[in-house]
Design a protein around this ligand. Structure first.
Ligand SMILES: Cc1cc2nc3c(=O)[nH]c(=O)nc-3n(C[C@H](O)[C@H](O)[C@H](O)COP(=O)(O)OP(=O)(O)OC[C@H]3O[C@@H](n4cnc5c(N)ncnc54)[C@H](O)[C@@H]3O)c2cc1C
Length: 398
């Protein structure tokens, strides 16, 4: 077992840390206030080759590993979770879907500009009728001589208004459940494909979250991503990877809350001494530190497993579940440590709480993740019980 980052991983983390602290953090409060989409910062991410990081060289990527990618997300989130979500949803979900399941033609057409940061790709699963039940979309795709005719609507789609194309999950065999779902890549501007107004969100206010409508949207056969009827399992695989990114994002938010709370506890005095002298405050800081470090280890382990080509569904779910809830707890504690100031916008830490809350909802709610984890350990009875020693055997090995 080796807990050291490689020189390449450290280089990515340090590069993104410097960029995030110097160029992103100073504007994050203002971006939260205005809700302005971070177009200029995305251009800087492209210049820094961060969009290329997780994609293969044949499509203009750097072929970086998942650990480096997740570290980059943590550093961005420390400064501005809206920017980190914009980046992560594109890389993990939209472009990530094409990376995993797109045809060579789809990759050449869309993944290459996506890896250059020239085209955002969104991923649309959630519908007005529900997001947790991915096997039963109401959006329909019917076969036509020319290709497919799509009808339906999607809600809460990250980058929905700015995406050059969106991966749309639709039922190709209504009532077919898991085997009746397929994915389609629909370019922006396709007749009948429209974007609704931005949601007024609690947090992540400068990220783009929009509803989408599909009314008789006709796409060619080349729009189908992967095999017909395999969309459900594809989406689950995409979300497995995405959860590592959301866990890292949550750790970044939580770490920012901790750093601010620690600085404030050292400088603010009450009863003639710094807050940090009080055991009640120290215990909060100790708990935040412990939980965030464990959350970081959890996402790094999931990322490491993914990089080894080994199963990581359970580990990604556990990392996201624990990190998201730890981030909310850390942000909540940071508000408490800031006292009245923590409850105001001037205190900044309230933003961390508002941003952290989404991490418990997007890409699998905490409830759904607990179901995933329980199923993975055989608690649902659907899979054979795992080797009881498996959890104790740490480190590499078959
Ligand atoms: C800012 C933001 C960005 C988003 N980005 C995207 C995106 O890019 N693409 C996309 O497709 N979606 C996106 N979403 C949607 C998000 O993934 C869904 O909101 C989430 O999956 C939950 O779906 P839902 O809102 O329909 O809740 P529901 O599925 O209706 O669930 C409501 C509640 O019931 C619980 N619940 C549901 N089923 C069960 C069960 N079987 N057992 C126990 N509890 C259950 C849930 O955990 C939740 O607490 C985004 C949402 C937000 C707010």
């Amino acid at each position: 077992m080796d807990f050291e980052l490689t020189p390449d991983q450290r280089a990515v983390r340090d590069l993104v840390r410097a960029f995030a602290r110097e160029e992103v953090a100073p504007h994050a409060t203002e971006a939260d206030r205005t809700g302005q989409f971070p177009q200029g910062l995305l251009a800087r991410l492209a210049e820094l080759d961060l969009f290329a990081l997780p994609f293969p060289p044949e499509y203009g990527g750097l072929g970086g590993d998942t650990i480096s990618y997740a570290l980059a997300i943590e550093e961005l989130a420390w400064a501005d979770a809206s920017l980190a979500l914009t980046y992560a949803a594109h890389c993990s979900l939209g472009a990530g879907y094409l990376h995993l399941f797109g045809s060579p033609e789809q990759k050449a057409r869309w993944l290459t500009p996506a890896a250059r940061g020239e085209a955002l790709i969104a991923f649309a699963l959630t519908e007005p009728g529900g997001g947790s039940d991915a096997a039963h979309p109401q959006t329909r795709a019917e076969r036509r001589d020319e290709g497919w005719l799509l009808n339906g609507s999607k809600v809460f789609i990250t980058n929905g208004a700015h995406a050059a194309a969106t991966v749309i999950m639709a039922a190709t065999r209504p009532g077919g459940g898991k085997g009746g779902v397929s994915a389609f890549l629909v370019p922006a501007g396709t007749p009948g494909f429209t974007v609704g107004p931005q949601y007024e969100k609690l947090g992540l206010r400068s990220s783009d979250t929009a509803p989408l409508a599909l009314e008789d949207v006709l796409v060619g056969p080349e729009a189908l991503v992967g095999e017909e009827g395999r969309g459900y399992e594809q989406a689950l695989a995409v979300l497995d990877g995405g959860r590592i990114g959301i866990a890292a994002l949550a750790v970044g938010i939580g770490q920012a809350a901790l750093d601010r709370a620690l600085a404030y506890a050292r400088e603010r005095t009450a009863f003639g001494q710094p807050l940090s002298r009080f055991q009640a405050i120290r215990f909060k800081l100790a708990d935040m530190t412990t939980e965030l470090e464990l959350a970081r280890l959890a996402y790094l382990k999931a990322a490491w497993l993914k990089d080894q080509g080994r199963p990581f569904r359970k580990e990604a779910a556990m990392a996201k579940l624990f990190a998201s809830e730890a981030a909310t707890r850390a942000a909540n504690a940071a508000i408490q440590i800031h006292g009245g100031l923590g409850y105001t916008r001037d205190g900044v830490v309230e933003r961390y709480w508002r941003d952290a809350r989404l991490m418990e909802i997007g890409e699998g709610t905490s409830e759904i993740l607990r179901l995933v984890i329980a199923r993975e350990v055989g608690a649902a009875g659907a899979t054979p019980p795992p080797d009881p020693g498996a959890g104790l055997r740490a480190g590499p090995g078959p």
